[in-house]
Design a protein around this ligand. Structure first.
Ligand code: PMP
Length: 377
């Protein structure tokens, strides 16, 4: 990984981009430079306390302010109505694959799960351990090229919830509009939370690992209708019940304080930048720049995703001659464009363009793609 140039260069803040790579990795992912500088400045003495935030009690007043501030900012930015609780949980999005059915299927009933790719499949496999699950729509036979049309899903009567993966981080498939069904939606929004608005009236729950758009790894944000908090099966351990983490309860156990502290700063950065509307237009602009380059390449690059489902946060593409892909990734890294390898399960190329990716990074990527294509012969 000679690509991690910053590790070998002396730290400097003189030129904002000279020491830092443009990091296109899918998560953990690039964070706003101003947030990192802020964290560095506060590391030895957090606001006159004589210690860093990661050394003090999670029940201390300074930490509590950070914790409450982070929850408040998620509520404000995502426009979460009062009837939902916002929980900050460990175990990443993966633990939610189990916690969702453990809690929401406690009183029996079936859940429908849409299969749009690798992450949906994982959610389905775990949910099937804890409850009665069926799959009303799968993209598997079509090679996971698209998300379903809004009215393509029919759920059986009595379906407790419909689980969707709003953005398939590996496959680069994203819902443009939400399914229209007679069941509440539950969504894994790990890779597009806070990059688009959410119509909460259609949802019972949404969750996201934060290491993409929101902060460093170690945490999932779970937004759950408060009326559902008490539903967990009696036989599950306390941590696994949403109820233990409700906003009205005091902290159930030691939270991942560093992740929450950094996330709070990232959320403040988002608010300063104009909130979700600004994040959404930036996501559209960034992704369109790369898709335009793919589409103008006379087939040199190609997107394996149908045009109407192309992800705005994970742009997946191939080179018509796949033998050139390793060279693309290595040469890009030499130019400071790193993390462009596709997920190890599928290969190819993937540019993850989360909220903190500056447009300069995308301009550099597009210029590189153009150059790489021009030199093909
Ligand atoms: N769902 C999606 C859509 C993801 O992209 C990921 C991680 N890449 C996960 C779930 C799993 O998240 P975590 O690693 O936080 O458990």
């Amino acid at each position: 990984m000679g690509a991690l140039r910053s590790a070998t260069l002396p730290p400097t803040t003189d030129s904002r981009f000279s020491m830092r790579t443009f990091n296109f990795s899918a998560g953990p992912a690039t964070l706003p430079l101003s947030v990192l500088e802020d964290v560095r400045a506060e590391m030895l003495d957090y606001r006159g306390t004589g210690m860093s935030i990661i050394e003090m009690s999670h029940r201390s007043a300074p930490y509590e302010a950070v914790h409450r501030g982070a929850i408040g900012l998620v509520r404000e930015l995502a426009a979460v109505p009062d009837e939902f609780d916002i929980l900050l949980l460990q175990g990443g999005a993966t633990l939610q694959f189990s916690m969702v059915p453990m809690n929401l299927l406690a009183s029996g009933g079936r859940a429908a799960y849409v299969d749009t790719g690798a992450w949906a499949s994982k959610a389905i496999a775990d949910a099937a351990i804890h409850g009665d699950v069926y799959v009303p729509w799968t993209g598997r036979d079509g090679g996971y090229r698209r998300a379903p049309e809004p009215d393509a899903i029919a759920v059986a009567e009595g379906t407790r919830y419909l689980h969707i993966t709003s953005n398939e981080t590996i496959g680069g498939v994203q819902y443009r509009s939400w399914p229209k069904v007679d069941a509440p939606l539950v969504a894994d929004m790990s890779s597009d939370f806070l990059s688009r608005p959410v119509p909460w009236e259609r949802f019972d729950l949404a969750y996201a690992g934060v290491q993409k758009n929101l902060g460093p790894a170690g945490l999932a944000v779970v937004v759950v209708r408060g009326s559902l908090l008490g539903e967990a099966r009696p036989a599950v351990g306390a941590y696994l019940r949403y109820e233990a983490h409700g906003e009205k309860a005091s902290l159930y156990n030691t939270p991942p304080v560093f992740s929450i502290y950094v996330m709070e700063k990232v959320l403040r950065w988002m608010a300063d930048e104009g909130g979700v509307p600004a994040m959404e237009s930036a996501a559209i602009r960034r992704s369109q720049m790369v898709y335009d380059e793919i589409d103008a390449s006379d087939g040199f690059y190609r997107s394996p995703v149908d045009a109407e489902s192309r992800s705005r946060t994970n742009v997946v593409f191939r080179i018509a001659d796949p033998g050139r892909e390793p060279g693309f990734i290595v040469r890009a890294a030499e130019r400071g464009l790193v993390g462009l390898g596709g997920h190890r399960s599928v290969g190819g190329i993937r540019a993850s363009l989360y909220n903190a990716m500056p447009v300069e990074g995308v301009e550099a990527l597009v210029a590189f793609m153009n150059d790489f294509r021009a030199r093909r012969s």
